[in-house]
Design a protein around this ligand. Sequence first.
Ligand code: RM4
Ligand code: MN
Ligand code: MN
Length: 430
Amino acid sequence: MAVRITPEQIVDVEADLLADHERDLAALAEQLDRRGVVIDDIVEQIARFSVAAPSWALGTGGTRFGRFPRGGEPRSTEEKLDDIAALNAVTGANRTVSLHVPWDDPRDPAALRSYAADVGLGFDAMNSNTFQDNASTTAGGEISYKFGSLAHTDPDVRKQALEHNRAVIELGVQLGSTAITVWLADGMNHPGQANFRRQFERVAEGLHEIHEALPRDWEMYVEHKPYEPSFYASTNPDWGSSLLLAQHAGERAKCLVDLGHHLPNTNIEQVVSRLAMVGRLGGFHFNDSKYGDDDLTVGSIHPYQLFLVVLELIEHGGGGMPDVRYMIDASHNLKDPLEDLVQSTDQLQHAIAQGLLVDRCALSEAQERNDPALAADVLQAAYRTDVRPLVAEARRRNAAALNPLMTIRRLGYRSAVRAERGDGTPASGL
Ligand code: RM4
Ligand code: MN
Ligand code: MN
């Protein structure tokens, strides 16, 4: 029997928090009222926000030096959905799941779709995996992605990669998804290994063909990454290359920004602005990073950068979060994966609250008057506000938890699934 978290249980275990929450919210409402801010609109906008959970992040992550699973990991795609349902129950902000194929390869997509609907989840962008060999590539014995997929010199390998992407789209249609994200490991590990231009042209052609296979209501997202696993050159290393690829692929191809996929010190909020300006901002993979694609908890290293990125999104959305795809793309080596996802979602909700508090008129006036000190002050006024009561209230409106981490612990979710699933079942993924 799957373990479910209900709104009644949440109200029950949080009974001791409610009175303090209401006092804190009233105090903040009074404070913001003096700034001319109505909290209701902000709470409403936070409550509306949802970020997809990746199916590959429910198991313990690892590095090439090892992996330390804690037990109770999901054994099937259904059990991954169970975990995301528990996550969504406490955050109220993870209403969709993003699958990675063939890490997830449902035999009966219709049944999986109705299983998801039963636990209140839908399917976000599909992800195609052509960065490792799997049953479909090794079946004939000839095809391998060792030297690339869409960029490969061998037309049969490229064809196989294309077929995989088409199959992922078809599966997505059956699940009710409306987008595919293509991240490629293609590139070079050694100078001279391949021809820069020819690799790029082959990828551009392949992405165009995938675009041609999109159903009418679908979009595709191209995700760049500067290095890893290609350590000399990735074929799609940066947002400029990604934009060229999206433009060549077709109208419904856009760029996806993973916060960990930039060289150190890249101004990511500026990247967001540029892509939004030309109508090619497709979506986000949220995480945080100190050095590379570290896949750390969202907002744990650079919370101010997250705030500025969200602010740029709000600018693009004309005062609210725009309708692009949001997903968490993190890997959980030490924390319980569910607790890490709770904290990433919570950080995003806080960054949105802070972003919505920015007085955009005052900011624009300061910019017009060339007054950087005043502009900085406008940003700080929002960033330094303790927005926790707004986020807690938004979650309460969604019948979720005031304090999701405490609540998922008090409800004993992990030990309950551990008792059911056992300890020896590593989930697929990173
Ligand atoms: C990549 C990239 C993709 C993700 C894979 C697993 O670094 O972030 O989005 O699908 O990892
Ligand atoms: Mn990613
Ligand atoms: Mn990544």
